[in-house]
Design a protein around this ligand. Structure first.
Ligand SMILES: O=P(O)(O)OC[C@H]1O[C@H](OP(=O)(O)OP(=O)(O)O)[C@H](O)[C@@H]1O
Ligand SMILES: Nc1nc2[nH]cnc2c(=O)[nH]1
Ligand SMILES: [Mg+2]
Length: 185
């Protein structure tokens, strides 16, 4: 595997800043849902996995965790296709549950808009979104975001769950890829 340093343009968010913000979001959610007896966090695979697993360690109210997978970008793509496909559905019935959808990044908004439509049809008690990153300049479809970790510029990022052609999700920081150097290698 190539060393990420060969094509890392810059570290956008350092590990310490990520962990601090994740802890803040966990505390906010714990406060907002202190009276809920039916909280469910739904993680959209795969990018959201690292964020979810760190986030729930800071949530002090009882909650369930569910996973769903959708496919929109595909390997090697830098643009959402607009064709969102569900590849793994929830196990749990979310009717009358307080649902928080956990995402790593919102870019065009297409993935999230489709997932929100689908989930609201199942009549949860409440439904909102918690995303680590908001690349707001790229938004094509309006999506309501209740919890946002960081608003980031229009650059392709990787690390902390986000992939570069399926690799480098394990890195502890969010970095910007130098596309020229990446393609050269
Ligand atoms: O706002 P959008 O333009 O729709 O883009 C955001 C989506 O793209 C990424 O997923 P991806 O399809 O890359 O799958 P992955 O999480 O498995 O990497 C990310 O996790 C979001 O789900
Ligand atoms: N890895 C990665 N996936 C994305 N999906 C939408 N935007 C991005 C991005 O900047 N990086
Ligand atoms: Mg991806």
């Amino acid at each position: 595997m190539r060393d990420y340093k060969d094509f890392l343009a810059e570290v956008l968010i350092e590990p310490e800043a990520l962990q601090k913000r994740v802890a803040e979001l966990g505390a906010l959610i714990s406060h907002d849902y202190r009276d809920s007896d039916a909280l469910v966090l739904i993680c959209i695979l795969r990018g959201g996995v690292l964020f979810l697993s760190d986030l729930i360690r800071h949530i002090t109210v009882p909650h369930a965790v569910e996973f769903m997978a959708v496919s929109s970008y595909g390997s090697g793509k830098r643009e959402s296709t607009g064709q969102v496909r569900i590849t793994l559905d929830l196990n749990m019935n979310i009717h009358d549950k307080d649902v928080i959808l956990v995402e790593d990044i919102i870019d065009s908004g297409r993935t999230l808009a489709s997932v929100l439509d689908l989930l609201s049809a199942r009549k949860p008690r409440s439904l909102c979104v918690c995303t680590l990153l908001d690349k707001s300049e790229r938004r094509e479809v309006y999506v309501p975001l209740r919890y946002v970790g960081f608003t980031i510029p229009n650059k392709f990022v990787f690390g902390y769950g986000l992939d570069l052609d399926e690799l480098y999700r394990n890195l502890p920081f969010v970095g910007v890829v130098d596309e020229d150097r990446y393609r050269e290698g």
